[in-house]
Design a protein around this ligand. Structure first.
Ligand SMILES: *[C@@H]1O[C@H](CO)[C@@H](O)[C@H](O)[C@H]1NC(C)=O
Ligand SMILES: *[C@@H]1O[C@H](CO)[C@@H](O)[C@H](O)[C@H]1NC(C)=O
Ligand SMILES: *[C@@H]1O[C@H](CO)[C@@H](O)[C@H](O)[C@H]1NC(C)=O
Length: 300
């Protein structure tokens, strides 16, 4: 009975897998996981907990036979049988750390292929080449070497840990931090106490266009647009202007919006004179946005 159901179940899975272009092993495991979950749900929904007497009476033998199927499937989906189905029976999966049509051993240690720093291609499936795809920072057939810009933080016969060099390094380094660089990268210079130190280009060779100011960054710099109240500036903000832009006037070291309504000639317009009032032009609120955030938004 059980064997028949298993055979039917296997055939059912094989027929499903045929139509799926994905990795067949994942599909096999996925189907069984879903099937298992679905059965548990329906088992809970339909049996026990509800009106058992009604169920027995109206479902008759169906109720009990179905309960038996649930039991079978619960066994079926216990881990070993699940693996057995996908690995031995349907032959789309392989045991852990093996790959390919005949489930060959992945490269390196049987427990930790690829030195634990990469993934064996096709691992756990009947597919793949078994080659190590190394994690970032590692290279070599067994992922047991450090890539450039990484250094060996620790190493013994079985393990190696590669860690990224500091951003200030040109390429290689021998320890973490800016003091560990073999050579400093562009935008950084060797400093006895601090190792590779950022060059403030804004103080040396940077040149930005008129209407922009220089902003130093780690290893570089960029030119950013001045506040619109400024005609040239040293930094972003209405209080950092060299001169004020048209329509703005210097007041307490800041370039403030000129209220044209205060100027007589603006209200020479006859309509406005009649009312003896003046409609101010829309208030310029961008002065409040005196932050780097706003600066970057304006740049966009
Ligand atoms: C090698 O290093 C790893 C971790 O750094 C450690 O777990 C392991 O026990 C070490 N093996 C030997 C043989 O020293
Ligand atoms: C003049 O005043 C009237 C009523 O007070 C108002 O409806 C109108 O919009 C005003 N015109 C201007 C130009 O302010
Ligand atoms: C700041 O700028 C944003 C858009 O850049 C604008 O939506 C917002 O109203 C401004 N805030 C103030 C207080 O002016």
């Amino acid at each position: 009975m059980t064997v028949n159901r298993l055979t039917v179940f296997s055939l059912f899975i094989i027929s499903l897998i045929k139509y799926v272009a994905l990795d067949k092993c994942s599909v096999c495991r996925g189907i069984i996981d879903n099937f298992d979950e679905g059965l548990k749900k329906t088992a809970k929904a339909n049996f026990g907990g509800g009106n058992t007497r009604w169920e027995e009476k109206s479902l008759g033998s169906y109720a009990t036979s179905e309960t038996r199927l649930v039991e079978i499937v619960e066994n079926l989906c216990s881990k070993d049988i699940k693996e057995w189905l996908c690995i031995e029976n349907i032959k789309v999966c392989c045991p852990k750390n093996t790959y390919g049509p005949s489930c060959s051993q992945c490269k390196g240690d049987t427990e930790r292929p690829c030195t634990g720093n990469g993934k064996c291609d096709g691992e756990g499936t009947r597919e793949g080449t078994g080659k190590c795809n190394c994690d970032s920072g590692y290279k070599g057939d067994l992922c047991d070497e450090c890539k450039d810009a990484y250094f060996e933080e620790s190493k013994n016969d079985t393990h190696i840990k590669c860690t990224a060099c500091h951003e200030s390094c040109k390429s290689t380094c021998w320890e973490a931090g800016p003091k560990g660089c073999d050579e400093c990268g562009k935008g950084w210079e060797q400093n006895e106490e601090e190792g590779c130190k950022d060059i403030n280009e804004c103080e040396t060779d940077a040149s930005c266009e008129h209407g922009q100011y220089c902003s130093n960054t780690q290893g570089s710099y960029h030119c950013a647009t001045c506040h619109k109240a400024c005609d040239g500036c040293t930094l972003y903000g209405i209080d950092k202007c060299d001169k004020c832009a048209e329509g703005y006037t210097m007041e307490d070291n800041s370039c403030k919006d000129v209220d044209e309504c205060q100027l007589e000639d603006v209200c020479e317009d006859e309509n406005k004179k009649e009312n003896n009032t003046c409609i101010p032009k829309p208030k310029d609120t961008s002065d409040d946005n005196n932050t780097k955030d706003a600066m970057e938004k304006e740049e966009l």
